[in-house]
Design a protein around this ligand. Structure first.
Ligand code: IMP
Ligand code: MG
Length: 176
């Protein structure tokens, strides 16, 4: 059982405004390729990259899975989709929905560095610093939030709620 907060934690307008300023910062860095982590990062990536609007910037998707169907990370990170990419010598920006324990982003970063890019930077819509279990910070963060489980704008609970346009807080409820 779960219940959503009464109001969104982060509104559409707040997301829109933050994306404008993030895009501005990122545009100045001249990345060659965005690597977007599916599935949670898909809406954030689409909205951000159209604001960056740089002709030579390429987009590719990888799949990083560490979550089961609950709220806790399994601790193991599986990454697929890197095999077919030409990363050597490229300036790469990795985009994901949220930095939680940090294991997913660290796993992606380590796998990428083995492919010898010229640089790797990371961007997340949301950061939960209180939950960090490994030593990693993102270079670009949309919003820093507390230790709460959130859904919407690409983020899911058991694959649901991804299509909500705002970020909502979700709590697991027991009993009854
Ligand atoms: P990490 O490896 O623990 O940093 O977890 C990163 C992944 O866990 C994210 O890419 C999300 O898919 C998922 N995740 C972590 N926290 C949340 C949350 O609050 N809501 C939905 N998904 C989350
Ligand atoms: Mg997820």
């Amino acid at each position: 059982m779960y219940s959503l907060s009464e109001k969104p934690l982060i509104s559409r307008q707040q997301i829109d405004e933050r994306l404008e300023s993030l895009a501005e910062e990122i545009r100045g860095e001249d990345f060659d390729i965005i690597l977007s982590a599916l599935t949670g990062g898909f809406i954030f990536t689409a909205d951000l990259c159209r604001r960056i609007a740089c002709p030579k910037l390429q987009i590719a998707f990888i799949k990083a899975s560490s979550y089961g169907n609950g709220m806790e990370s399994s601790g193991k990170v599986q990454i697929s989709g890197l095999e077919s990419l030409d990363i050597k010598g490229k300036a790469v920006l990795v985009i994901d929905d949220i930095l939680d324990s940090g294991r997913t982003m660290l796993g992606i970063k380590e796998a990428l560095l083995a492919l010898e890019p010229s640089k790797v930077k990371t961007c997340v819509l949301l950061d939960k610093p209180a939950r960090r279990a490994v030593n990693i910070e993102a270079d670009y963060v949309g919003f820093s939030i507390g230790n709460e489980f959130v859904v919407g704008y690409g983020l899911d609970y058991a694959n649901e709620f991804r299509t909500y346009p705002e970020i909502w807080t979700m709590r697991e409820t027991y009993g009854q």
